[in-house]
Design a binder for this molecule. Sequence first.
Ligand code: SAM
Length: 244
Amino acid sequence: MGWEQRPVRWSDPAFRRLFDGLGGHPHTERAEEEAACLRRLLRLEPGARVLDAGCGYGRHAHAIGRSGIRVIAIDAAPEYARESSVADVSVAIADLVALPFSSSTFDAVLALRFAADLLAPGPIARVLGEFARVVRTGGHVLISTPNTRAIAEPRTWRRDGETFVLNEKAFDAGRSIYREVEYHIDPRAGVVREWIQETPRYTIEEWCALAGKAGLSIASAYGGLDARAPEDSAELVIVATRTP
Ligand SMILES: C[S@@+](CC[C@H](N)C(=O)[O-])C[C@H]1O[C@@H](n2cnc3c(N)ncnc32)[C@H](O)[C@@H]1O
């Protein structure tokens, strides 16, 4: 007995269909509430111009756009570039490392559940540089990303048919790397397979340094869009302003 092991990317259409088909998954259910938090945190008024960068299927873009805020939602994945049914929201395919907008176009840029692929040192510097370019002076850039301080459930296991799956997560502060290891144990076949994923993750201090190099200044760091303290939260929300 064997099984094929291959890395599945977020952009893989088959995976996307599976994910989109989930319907009322928790992220979708939270979108309206999170949009209200975003409006409050960034003091977004009707008429404000907002870029939802890496919008996925646009759950925040639509929720924000329904309150009269003008949203441009972009994503690299073509299957997400469906026309929006909300009048103030337009959707386009674009790459975060080279934004097709003039300087100072937006009052705010949102990057919610920021793509892990873009956290590597080269891409993150380019993306933050682009965010700083397209937001107006005094405007806000908000990024949500996993928090290095608290890893929810560092060790879990589940059963998948006859296979036991042990999952371990850890943050290596020296290397700024989050490491996830999964052991798939098939006791009948006596086989253990190992799956390892390493992604960069940054502390608040590292985000401050990265933002500063791009011409942004971190104004606040929260543990969620509800503005809770970051200490024990699994999420980190960075709010930066564009310096003159
Ligand atoms: C984790 S999803 C978050 C989606 C959405 N913001 C949300 O909160 O539901 C990250 C998104 O970033 C997009 N993405 C990844 N790399 C990108 C790039 N270079 N340019 C534009 N979008 C990108 C992916 O296609 C994906 O939709």
